[in-house]
Design a protein around this ligand. Structure first.
Ligand SMILES: Cc1cc2nc3c(=O)[nH]c(=O)nc-3n(C[C@H](O)[C@H](O)[C@H](O)COP(=O)(O)OP(=O)(O)OC[C@H]3O[C@@H](n4cnc5c(N)ncnc54)[C@H](O)[C@@H]3O)c2cc1C
Length: 345
């Protein structure tokens, strides 16, 4: 089989690239390892980013500056592209306090990308895993696919795109590339992104980013299984920037106001990768029980975590707060509004 563009991975990135190339007249093949396309985008709901490069730098200080500028500058064009496929992109709202973005139906978008690829003669194969890249000298010239029936197929391609997502589904890579304690952190994303693109790229001689580049994640209540993907968003403790986070030695270790995504990376380096999150009545009223994105349904995240078995408690006075063990490991005693500690991971 010969194509212009072979896309490895049918998530948001791969399908967007494939649909764009197909629209421009390229013959495209998308190989997706999972039993459906979409990757982690099936859990997402907003196209968003920081409104300016300066804000992006503030919230993601170690990020690649050039890529950040491309993201912010290219964002309006990206929204136009989504709309051009007939997918509704709602008016802009504030996201997680600092971002701006548009709600849209990601599953509709994925379906429309696939439709666009097929309309232009392209193919999207699911349950098809790329096992190795083909090369000629220093050039990558395609890949070998393992099809659902176990047979293999060689695809020659003028361009080959690695769009296999991250390595969140591989505990060994999490342990070696993030921190040994990251081996046991809960998976909050699609299970098929296991670093295949990283391995394929390195086998073809590619270099791999900077050490300690971190990861994208959010705090979640410790000990609460994320078995149901609808909990990925509902159980995330996005409000942690309005709280205090202590490690198991009772010490603070980061400026929580930097944002939950950075606090999460820092917590992995703390004992047992667990902490005690303490919020007061104002944070409960103004953030914990409010929408994390303007316009989204309100949800009491403390109550949900408690219902799901998180070790959390309400103290009605500073004396009661004092009585709590450093791990915060006490069950909820009474309802109240004074102060709301909960364990976080
Ligand atoms: C709960 C949750 C909510 C989110 N909400 C938002 C949001 O509102 N807005 C936002 O912008 N972002 C959001 N994100 C992040 C966003 O979903 C991801 O950044 C994005 O979907 C990543 O897309 P991707 O295509 O790069 O990777 P992935 O989604 O990981 O897709 C990679 C694909 O490659 C496939 N693959 C892997 N290895 C192989 C192989 N060897 N051969 C073939 N296929 C392979 C995988 O099966 C997968 O389908 C959210 C993420 C989560 C988990």
């Amino acid at each position: 089989m010969t194509v212009d563009l072979l896309v490895i991975g049918g998530g948001m990135a791969g399908l967007t690239a494939a649909a764009t190339a197909a629209t421009a007249g390229a013959r495209v093949l998308v190989a997706e390892k999972g039993d459906h396309t979409g990757g982690s985008a099936v859990y997402a709901g907003y196209a968003w980013t920081a409104p300016t490069v300066d804000v992006l730098r503030e919230v993601n200080p170690d990020g690649d500056q050039a890529l950040g500028a491309r993201l912010v500058d290219g964002f309006p064009g990206g929204v136009e592209w989504i709309r051009s496929l007939g997918v509704d992109c709602r008016p802009a709202v504030t996201v997680l306090g600092y971002g701006r973005g548009h709600q849209f139906d990601t599953n509709h978008y994925i379906a429309r990308c696939e439709q666009r690829i097929k309309e232009h003669g392209g193919q999207v194969l699911t349950r098809t895993r790329v096992t190795s890249l083909l090369s000629s000298g220093a050039a990558v010239t395609g890949a070998t696919l393992r099809l659902p029936d176990g047979s293999t197929q060689q695809v020659d391609a003028r361009w080959t795109l690695l769009a296999t997502g991250g390595y969140q589904g591989d505990p060994d890579l999490r342990a070696s590339l993030i921190h040994p304690r990251a081996r046991d952190i809960e998976l909050r994303g699609n299970p098929w992104s296991t670093g295949d693109g990283l391995r394929l790229g390195q086998a073809a001689g590619a270099a791999f980013g900077t050490d300690g580049a971190g990861f994208y994640g959010h705090l979640i209540p410790a000990g609460v299984p994320l078995s149901d993907p609808s909990l990925y968003v509902d159980l995330a403790l996005y409000f942690s920037q309005h709280s205090l986070l202590f490690n198991l030695d009772g010490e603070r270790f980061i400026d929580e106001t930097l944002g939950d995504h950075l606090t999460t990376i820092a917590l992995v380096h703390q004992p047992q990768a667990r902490g005690l999150l303490v919020a007061d009545a104002a944070a409960y009223r103004d953030h914990i029980t409010q929408s994390y994105v303007e316009g989204a349904p309100k949800l009491d995240r403390f109550a949900l975590a408690s219902r799901r078995g998180a070790r959390c408690a309400v103290a009605h006075s500073l004396d009661e707060l004092d009585d709590m063990p450093p791990s915060g490991a006490t069950p909820a005693r009474r309802s109240g509004r004074r102060s709301r500690p909960s364990t976080a991971r």
